[in-house]
Design a protein around this ligand. Sequence first.
Ligand SMILES: Nc1ncnc2c1ncn2[C@@H]1O[C@H](COP(=O)(O)OP(=O)(O)OP(=O)(O)O)[C@@H](O)[C@H]1O
Ligand SMILES: [Mg+2]
Length: 399
Amino acid sequence: MTIAEVLQLADRLVFEGTGKHLDDLQQVVIQGVWQGKSYSQIGEECHRSESRVRDVGYRLWQILSEQLGEDINKNNFRSTIERLFINSSFINLFNHKNHHHIFNFCSPISEQPQQQPDIENKVDSISCYEDLGIAPKINLFYGRNEELKIIYDWIFLQKARLISVLGLSGIGKTTLVKRFVDLNSKSFDVLMWKSLKFPQPLNLLLTEIFKDFSLGNDSVNLNEETWRKFFNILRQKKCLIVLDDVQNIFTEKQFAGKYQSEYRDYKTFLKMMTEIEHQSCLILVSQEKSQEMKSLNEELYPIKVLELTGLYETELLKNQGLENPESWSTLIKLYEGNPLYLQNIADLIKDVFQGDVLSFVEQDELILTEDLKDIFNSLFDKLSNVEQKIIVEMTQQNQ
Ligand SMILES: Nc1ncnc2c1ncn2[C@@H]1O[C@H](COP(=O)(O)OP(=O)(O)OP(=O)(O)O)[C@@H](O)[C@H]1O
Ligand SMILES: [Mg+2]
C-alpha cells in the first residue's frame, strides 16, 4: 500500500465517522505512525508538542476503531490495516457496513494528488475488447431458450457477479454459454473466454488478462496492487469473463469441490468476485460444484447457479442419417438427453444398425460405444472411494 492510499482510506473512514476530512496534522500523524515514527519524532518534524500529537493520534484511533469494528491503536494501526486490506484483500472491509465506496481509488482525495496509479487512463483506453480464446464455434444450437433467458436475466436484471453453469460432461454447458456470448457480445465492453482445460495457477491467468489489456507483460503477484487493478477494470467496464472446465482445478478422488493445493487462490478469487462491488460478471463452467459457487442467501449475494439437465429435443438427431423419427424421443430418453452421448450413439446406429433407430431401441439395453466407456471410466476414476463403492453396489442391485 502506498502512503497516498493509506491516507485516502483513513480520510474516507474519518469522513464517514465525523463528516470531516483529515486535517493537515491528522495526515502527518497517520503518515508518521505508518512509517513507524514515535509521537515525539512526529512532533519535532511538524513543530508541535508531543502531547498535541498524542491527542490527535488518540482521537484518530477512536474514530478508526469505531469505523472498522476493531480495536486500533498506534502500535497495531499498520498491521491491522494491512491485514484487513491486503491479506483478506478487500473482503473484510467490503463486508463492513456500507464501505463499498471506500476503495474507489480512481478518485484521489484533493490533498493527495501524488502517486495515484495511472490505471484509470489505461482502463479508459480499453474501449472494446474481445478474446474468445479456445471457445468453440457454435454451428448448430437447439433448444435451451429458457436457460438463455435465465442467464440474461441474472446478468442484466439481477446484476449477478458470479454464475456457475454446472452439469455432466457432454450435457452442453460450454455450448450454452458460448451461444449466450455470441448472442449478447454487443452488451459488454470486454469479453474474455479463459479455459482451464489445461489448468494454470491464478497468477498466470491474471498475467494473461493483464497482457490482454496491455497493462504490462510482467508476471503478476497476487497482491493488493494486482487485485486493485483487476477490480478497477471490472468496475469501470462491463466485462464478461467465462472460465470453462473449472472442474480441473479440483482434487480427484475426493468429494466434489475441493481445490488442488496449487489452485487454492481461485477460492479467494471467487469470493472476491461476489463480495466486491463492480459491474461485471464471471461465468464458471464446471462439472463439479464448490462451496463458493453456492449462495446461502440468494437475496444478499449476487451468486447464481444453473444446473443443466438433459436436452430433450428430437432436432438433435436430425441430419445424422437416422430413420424412424417416431422412436427418436425414446432414444433421447434412454441417453438422458445428453447431446454428446447421443452423437456417439447416432454414429453407432448409423454404422451398425444402418440408421434404424427402432431396431436399436428394441434391443432394450443400454449400449455404450468405446468413446462413452472412456468418458464413464474417467468420470468413475475421479470419484472418491465411497462414491465408487456406492456405484458398484448399485450396479449389483439390478434395479
Ligand atoms: N443446445 C445444443 N444444440 C446442439 N448441440 C449441442 C447443444 N448442446 C450441446 N451440444 C453438442 O453436444 C456436445 C457436448 O456439448 P458441450 O461440449 O457443450 O458439453 P459440456 O457440458 O461442456 O461438456 P464437458 O463438461 O465435457 O466440457 C457438443 O458437441 C455440442 O455440439
Ligand atoms: Mg465443456
